[in-house]
Design a protein around this ligand. Sequence first.
Ligand code: ZN
Length: 210
Amino acid sequence: MIGEVVGKEDPKELITSKRKETKRLTVILEDLENNRIGCTIFGEMVDQLLRHMQDGRVEPLIVVVQYFKATRWNGKTSVQSHFDISQLHIDSNLKDVAEFRSRLLGGEPSSSVRISQVPSKTAWSGVEELKQGAVLVKTIEEVLIQHEEGPTWIAASIVAINVTKDDWFYKSCRKCPKKVETPIENRYECGKCGHTHGSAALRFFCIIFV
Ligand SMILES: [Zn+2]
């Protein structure tokens, strides 16, 4: 898939289900017919792409994404990178990119900023979504027999929590998800972002059975 990056959210730091630190960045891609799609990338690709998105860039940023996974959420289709299989080609010399670029600009030089900041969906609330009735809540049985992949809401009660001793929570930095260890002179210092604070935040991580 080829497209121009026309919007970007703020990158986010997060912890994967394998407890690895990673980053996530969502950008909006647009094709020559002005169709748009959200594209979320993870890991090293985030820094790779950010390096090409300096403030005030007027050149169109054209990317080719390969082996991305399509997901459908809230009636909208988006794509996201999938482990190491996915490929992201940025500003590449591919013939398709050159063609896309010349059709996009029609031979004129580009003079305006083309990537706009998009508010990230941090304020997104699952409860709001449920209240509005915008999502379908399924039973476990319905989910077990459904064939399409994607996020889903289920109504269930927790019957067990899969934890061993005290590994289901950890003390973290208050600015990023990095784990912090013993305080130094009553302050926790984050080895990742350097933020120090008198107290640490507790983050939870556990697998539940419903
Ligand atoms: Zn931090």
